[in-house]
Ligand binder design. Structure first.
Ligand SMILES: NC(=O)c1ccc[n+]([C@@H]2O[C@H](COP(=O)([O-])OP(=O)(O)OC[C@H]3O[C@@H](n4cnc5c(N)ncnc54)[C@H](O)[C@@H]3O)[C@@H](O)[C@H]2O)c1
Ligand SMILES: [Fe+2]
Length: 385
């Protein structure tokens, strides 16, 4: 067996309604002043209410920073740090989607004043410690609650990541009752994103390992079996719970066996046209699967039964990969997602630019089972058009 390192969050609390236990958990952690990092939508939908009541009933002081925006810019992080310093918090709770949780991670580090945000971008640049950190996701997709990554918007179309084990939280609370109000199209896109995390972790070229494989398989089983129900019956708590758990397991997998070409080709779509991340992934996924077949068909065949349960699969792994690509096209359409770049109003003339930009994602492309060059990328975008 190859050597490997696997890191994850030590404590995970799972179950509908568990966000109402956060006060007890904070007491057990010796916490007395909490800054909750979230966005205005979460406050407006009342999703914080039970958690705040629980803090109050345990005499824990709290303050809410609710100005996180999707794809948060650096100014939001600095604003949140200033608020946290004023309030003198001794714990940070990230409460919301990936955007709120990513800001919470950086805030927990930056509050000590030892480093500037600009010093943190890249891998293993965090040198100091951080405040106690609890993550409570309200979307089932990014897996950010379980990753050691924070993604910040640094320019018009550019994002940068901070990658450090210090960003792994102390505790995750998976309360599916917080996700029943997620709109159908967000549920669909974020659910496909989580499936892509598991697929790309399973085929990750450099860091795939037995633990990430095990997590990716279980994530795919849960996500594939529940995505349609979660999209079509949003209040089905059983399906929502399975999606939330599946997305976290996929997060634990790709935190240790990183994602690859699907994400590398999806990022330019998000950056240039503000297409939601999960939908960007879904648009290129079938064609990246086909492209990767010569290098990864056997691995795809190993997980195909989990993604397409009950389907009779051919013996030939390449034929299975074809079926898998077709399956994702049919699934996306059935979930109400667009399936072509043309439908997204992208000009065909833009494809060479997208291909050039995808080549900048070498951090991801080095994990792909098959080498991708500029022409390959362009061919994939053309097929997705
Ligand atoms: N750190 C990581 O490992 C990692 C991985 C992938 C993506 N990301 C980042 O995560 C961010 C995207 O996160 P996201 O997709 O979870 O969305 P998000 O956090 O940007 O939230 C999107 C919208 O959904 C709303 N929302 C969230 N939960 C809701 C609920 N339960 N009901 C109704 N509305 C709800 C929010 O109010 C917000 O308006 C991006 O910045 C991306 O770069 C991080
Ligand atoms: Fe993703």
């Amino acid at each position: 067996m190859n050597k490997f390192v696997f890191s994850t969050v030590a404590d995970v609390v799972v179950g509908p309604g568990t966000s109402a236990q956060v006060g007890d958990m904070a007491v057990a952690m010796g916490i007395s002043r909490v800054l909750v990092v979230t966005d205005a939508g979460i406050v407006q939908f009342g999703l914080l209410d039970k958690a705040l009541q629980s803090l109050k009933s345990h005499n824990i002081e709290y303050s809410i920073y609710a100005d996180v925006v999707a794809d948060p810019p650096e100014s939001v992080v600095m604003d949140a740090v200033a608020k946290a310093r004023d309030f003198k918090c001794d714990c940070v709770i990230g409460f919301g989607g990936g955007s709120s949780m990513d800001v919470a991670k950086l805030l927990a580090v930056l509050i000590n004043g030892k480093q500037l945000l600009a010093d943190l971008y890249g891998v293993d640049k965090v040198t100091g410690g951080r405040l106690p950190l609890i993550q409570i996701p309200t979307t089932a997709g990014t897996g950010s609650e379980a990753t050691m990554v924070s993604i910040i918007t640094t320019g018009e179309t550019t994002k940068a990541g901070v990658v450090s084990r210090t960003l792994l939280a102390d505790k995750i609370i998976l309360d599916a009752s917080l996700t029943t109000g997620l709109p159908a199209h967000v549920t669909a896109a974020t659910g496909i994103d989580a499936m892509v995390h598991a697929i790309e972790a399973y085929t990750s070229k450099r860091l795939k390992n037995p633990l990430s494989d095990m997590l990716a398989r279980e994530a795919l089983r849960l996500l594939a079996a529940n995505i349609s129900t979660a999209v079509k019956q949003g209040d089905n708590l059983e399906a929502r719970g399975a999606m939330l758990l599946g997305a976290m397991l996929a997060g634990q997998a790709f935190a240790n066996a990183p994602v690859a070409a699907v994400h590398a080709l999806a990022y330019p779509l998000g950056g240039n046209y503000h297409i939601p991340h999960g939908l960007s992934n879904s648009l290129v996924l079938p064609y990246v699967l086909r492209f990767n077949a010569p290098a990864a068909a056997e691995l795809y065949a190993e997980i195909a039964g989990l993604i397409m349960p009950g389907k009779l699969l051919p013996d030939d792994p390449t034929a299975v990969t074809e079926m898998l690509a077709d399956h994702f096209l049919v699934l996306a359409a059935d979930l109400g997602l667009q399936t072509t770049l043309r439908q997204m109003d992208i000009a065909e003339n833009d494809l060479p630019k997208l291909a050039r930009e995808s080549m900048l994602q070498q951090r991801l492309l080095i994990n792909n089972p098959r080498e991708v060059n500029l022409n390959d990328s362009l061919a994939i975008y053309r097929q997705a058009y």
